[in-house]
Design a protein around this ligand. Structure first.
Ligand SMILES: C[S@@+](CC[C@H](N)C(=O)[O-])C[C@H]1O[C@@H](n2cnc3c(N)ncnc32)[C@H](O)[C@@H]1O
Length: 284
């Protein structure tokens, strides 16, 4: 993504309405850059376009033969506003707006739209209730490529407790796991396929804007880097914890164990690793 375009969005130099904010713009731009560096290609799909703020931002990630798809019911003037947003602030790329209630789509509808290339970024920002998010995850995730990421909006917003529940339930479905949360932005959670988490962790920590304002947290059997943390730890600490996490977890089964004794052993093993170091923490 062109750095001037990114800066324009980060500084809010536009008149776009929406719920898409600088910290997640930056995080998405970093993951897009990682995809480019690793020659990872695929489509970008947004579920919940509203008036095109995040959609026009995402258009700047599109390369070569990739397509950008936006699903929304597009009531009122949303459709026209989105086209205008693209015209004024988007990149000159292929895009398609699909007027649909995504809760009524089945896998065949989605498959027919997304050709064999698959999805490399899936942004879920439509209905914010448990079953809506769960349905979006279930119906679109089969088309996300193994190097792709899924981004879900308003994770852990107390207004929408169903979002976190849907994401965590979704991550329990495949055994061994397919997707795990690996990064937490300002108000979005980022998921990737288990074996890609290490690459994305290293990638995001190599960014100067992230490396000194983050911390590591281990949830169930996955490690999440909390970017823009209120209580960041040093880059050295996170790096050491990550190495320890990958070493400790080598023999763990890749799903949440159900037996109490196994859960107790795991809790003991990981509780020391990321326990909060109040001496090092500076409250922001
Ligand atoms: C929070 S807004 C999206 C914000 C946008 N991504 C942004 O950052 O500016 C949610 C959008 O989801 C759409 N939506 C809600 N439920 C939907 C459904 N079942 N199918 C399709 N779109 C839906 C709404 O019409 C609305 O435009």
């Amino acid at each position: 993504m062109d750095v001037n375009v990114l800066n324009g969005f980060l500084k809010d130099e536009h008149d776009l309405e929406g719920w898409f904010f600088p910290q997640d713009m930056l995080s998405l731009a970093i993951f897009n850059e990682l995809h480019s560096k690793n020659n990872i290609k695929g489509h970008i799909v947004e579920i919940g376009v509203y008036k095109g703020k995040s959609f026009s931002f995402l258009s700047h990630f599109i390369k070569d033969t990739e397509n950008l798809y936006g699903y929304d019911t597009f009531p009122e003037d949303f459709y026209e506003s989105t086209n205008l947003a693209l015209e004024n602030y988007g990149a000159n790329v292929q895009y398609e707006l699909i007027k649909a209630d995504t809760s009524e789509l089945n896998n065949d509808d989605i498959k027919a739209k997304i050709d064999g290339k698959g999805i490399r970024i899936l942004h879920i920002d439509a209905g914010h209730e448990y079953h809506e998010v769960f349905h979006s995850l279930l119906s679109f995730s089969p088309y996300v490529i193994n190097n792709g990421i899924i981004v879900v909006d308003d994770y852990q917003d107390p207004e929408f407790p169903g979002i976190e529940a849907a994401v965590l339930d979704f991550c329990e479905i495949d055994r061994p796991r397919r997707f795990v949360p690996f990064f937490s932005g300002a108000n979005k959670i980022y998921l990737c396929v288990t074996h890609m988490a290490k690459l994305f962790h290293e990638g995001i920590l190599s960014n100067v804007n992230i490396k000194n304002c983050s911390r590591l947290t281990v949830v169930r059997d996955f490690a999440i880097i909390k970017g823009f943390s209120k209580v960041p730890t040093s880059f050295e600490t996170i790096n050491q914890q990550l190495n320890q996490f990958y070493e400790l977890g080598k023999n763990d089964s890749k799903y949440n164990n159900q037996r109490l004794s196994e859960l107790q052993n795991k809790a003991k093993k990981y509780s020391k690793m990321c326990s909060n170091n109040y001496e090092e923490m500076t409250l922001k």
